[in-house]
Design a protein. Structure first.
Ligand code: 8YV
Length: 328
């Protein structure tokens, strides 16, 4: 009798070829709707599943794992994994994987673009033009701040932070400074043209601050009212990391009172809901968590998650495990 195939869930609507590839190995249940599964629906759909391909938005916590005892692998196509309780996965011998590397350059491109759009007031001026306000030239019409030659402050110097640093140092002649939990080696600092500063010095010196730290209990509201108060009134803040690293209410107040010049935000506390104070100030560029959204990169992210899932459930070596000890 043929051996029963393992079941896997593809928890979000994705490229059809991902499900087709998984179907060569597994019985695949692919969620087809753009609307995500609720926590209850996710637990229900995972019944009897050995694996799940997820994104950065499905919560994998102890309660879900307890409700899905057959689960052996949870493979995310996001690099950030604050939605996965990795120790809880390890305790249940569930392998968890993320998707580092494949989105680095695309995400760095977007972070740099968002910082530039913020500094040069692109969204604000575009809305104004569309609204029919453009009647004449004026010397200070949407005059912003320069990017080239300015001090780029990078908070979080992992792969994406380093890729942004290179863009600033090599492409735009910026003075690049950074703060990170651990300092880079001298060779790595030289390679990306960045010097290390304390968080407070970084906030004081940056003309353009770009935030790229992972979201953890330690980075929750890392940037709040006190930190914003250290920034230059001419400075911009760009967040492509996670909502929750910045206190959005404090940021909205700082923008409204022009205590900093402008912000560019791709991530929000409680997204897709956006703090109402951010929706009503003009000096902020708002995008819906799309920093990794080029089609080739989204495909590469999904492919990496699928490779992890196939390896995890067929006795192979998953390329990017978060808790290899879970199955050691
Ligand atoms: C994802 C991201 O698009 O990889 C991450 O950590 O934030 C984005 O690239 C998002 O998490 C959905 O998976």
């Amino acid at each position: 009798m043929a051996q029963e195939r393992q079941r896997v869930l593809v928890a979000r609507r994705l490229f059809p070829e991902i499900s087709e590839r998984l179907a060569e190995y597994f019985e695949v249940d692919a969620h087809q709707l753009t609307e995500p599964l609720s926590a209850e629906e996710l637990a229900e759909r995972l019944q009897g599943c050995a694996g799940a391909l997820i994104t950065g938005t499905e919560r994998i916590d102890a309660a879900l794992l307890a409700a899905c005892p057959q689960l052996r692998a949870v493979c995310s196509m996001a690099v950030g994994f604050n939605n996965i309780d990795v120790p809880a996965c390890t305790a249940r011998r569930v392998l968890a994987t993320n998707a580092p590397g494949v989105l680095t350059e695309t995400t760095a491109d977007f972070g740099f673009a968002l910082m530039m759009a913020t500094a040069r007031r692109m969204a604000e001026s575009e809305h104004w033009l569309r609204a029919g306000h453009w009647k004449q030239w004026s010397y200070d019409l949407f005059a912003g701040s320069d990017v080239h030659g300015a001090t780029l402050g990078i908070l979080g110097m992992g792969r994406i932070g380093q890729a942004i640093a290179k863009r600033g140092a090599l492409g735009f002649d910026m003075k690049v400074a950074y703060h990170n939990r651990s300092r880079l080696s001298q060779a790595d600092e030289a390679a990306v043209g960045a010097r290390y500063l304390s968080l407070h010095d970084l906030l004081r010196q940056a003309d353009h601050l770009v935030i790229v730290v992972p979201y953890t209990p330690q980075t929750h509201h890392l940037i709040g009212a006190n930190e914003l108060a250290l920034m230059k009134p001419t400075a911009t803040l760009t967040n492509i990391a996670r909502g929750g690293v910045v206190d959005d209410a404090a940021l909205a107040a700082a923008l409204r009172e022009r205590r900093i010049a402008a912000a560019g935000l791709d991530v929000f506390e409680g997204e897709p809901t956006v703090h109402p104070g951010l929706l009503t100030v003009p000096n902020v560029v708002l995008t819906p968590h799309i920093a990794s959204a080029s089609l080739p990169t989204r495909r590469a992210m999904a492919e990496l998650a699928a490779s992890n899932l196939i390896a995890a459930l067929t006795g192979g070596q998953p390329p990017t495990p978060l808790n290899p000890e879970a199955v050691a």
